[in-house]
Design a binder for this molecule. Structure first.
Ligand code: ATP
Length: 345
């Protein structure tokens, strides 16, 4: 499922940003825009520059080259507090000696204390924490603490919010529900959200668009389903999910490959590198459609299973329903069930 942003208008623009730490180039000519009302994920392996980019936008780090604009205003020359950018840190950074309401009130500028506390109500309502006003952070669950941090960020009146690894502190059982709740809250706020993650499932399910970074460079930006089904290169294909990379010789709309003749997502000619997701390969009993293969191993995952099958010297991963009665060592037939994606070098 994709979640279209409210508008296509670029809102936060990062233009040609580069950053070096000594000899190491952490960011190389990075440009991306965050649209109004959009949730945008920045994903990549450890050390690819995600946090550095977030810190440059927030104003905790200075770029060597490039600029950052919010609406019509250049903001990378401004102090962090003057940028109109809110940030929610990985550890939430709540004051342990202040209650929920006092933590949120901290972001409000009213001098009058009672007005400030009353002023927190709409923000606590936004994050669905009415009734929790007088609890201290250690009396709240991880998900609730995160919502306090979010309410405090909303209360400061930002025009865009940065989230650093927002769900990494939550245990797996809480993560999925919390993600859905937080997504609804963020969408209802209408603000542009840029968030950093290294969890591909989180990026695919939470974001309207995704940017994949690798060694300080952008590899691809796009809708989750486009990046998943139409990755530009082998790195993006493999980073966003399991995939089979195969070499073939293309002639027009199809190519000759170890899996036989497969259709291509775009015309090509000559040697090509292709990606086929495990769910894009069909497995059938011996004598079925496709080329002969041997089941090397099976990984049972509950609702489905991964079969690793050998075709000549090559092993392919095939997603199959667990009910299919196949055993390691069995002879089967495999074929592509949809187009293979032609990858760039
Ligand atoms: P992770 O997912 O592990 O948090 P990341 O993608 O956020 O990684 P960054 O923290 O942005 O990566 O770091 C990018 C590169 O810059 C890394 O090689 C890191 O070691 C280096 N780096 C970051 N901050 C500094 C610093 N203050 N001084 C020197 N090198 C730094």
């Amino acid at each position: 499922m994709t979640h279209p942003a409210n508008t296509d208008r670029p809102f936060l623009r990062i233009e040609g940003v580069s950053k070096r730490f000594g000899d190491m180039a952490a960011l190389k000519d990075v440009s991306l825009d965050l649209r109004e009302g959009e949730i945008h994920a920045l994903i990549g392996p450890s050390g690819c520059g995600k946090s550095t980019l977030l810190r440059i936008v927030a104003g905790f780090e200075t770029a060597d080259e490039g600029s950052v604009h919010l609406g019509q205003r250049r903001i990378d020359t401004l102090k962090p507090e003057a940028r109109g950018i809110g940030i929610v840190f990985q550890d939430y950074a709540l004051f342990p000696h202040l209650t929920t309401a006092q933590n949120v009130a901290f972001a409000l500028k009213y001098a009058n204390v009672s007005r400030r506390t009353a002023g927190t109500a709409p923000f606590l309502r936004m994050v669905r924490l009415e009734g929790f006003e007088n609890r201290f952070p250690d009396e709240l669950s991880g998900g609730q603490q995160q919502r306090v941090a979010l309410a405090r960020t909303f209360a400061a009146g930002p025009r865009a919010i940065l989230l650093d690894e927002p769900f990494s502190n939550l245990d797996a059982s809480l993560r999925e529900t919390t993600r859905r709740e937080i997504r609804d809250i963020l969408k209802a706020s209408g603000l542009g959200i840029l968030f950093v993650t290294h969890d591909r499932e989180e990026a695919l399910s939470f974001a309207d668009r995704i940017t994949v970074l690798r060694q300080g460079r952008i590899e691809q930006t796009g809708l989750p389903k486009d990046l998943y089904f139409r990755p530009a290169n082998a790195f993006v294909a493999a980073f966003l999910g399991s995939t089979n990379l195969l070499d073939g010789v293309a002639s027009g709309a199809s190519a000759e490959t170890p899996l036989g003749r497969v259709s291509l997502d775009r015309p090509a000619s000559g040697p090509v590198r292709l990606s086929l997701r495990p769910e894009s390969i069909r497995i059938a009993p011996e004598g079925g459609e496709g080329v002969p293969a041997t089941v090397a191993s099976l990984v049972f995952k509950g609702h489905d299973a991964s079969a690793f099958v050998r075709v000549g010297e090559t092993t392919f991963e095939v997603l199959t329903t667990a009910s299919l009665d196949i055993e390691p060592g069995q002879c089967v037939h495999v074929a592509a069930r949809s187009c293979a994606v032609v990858l760039e070098e």
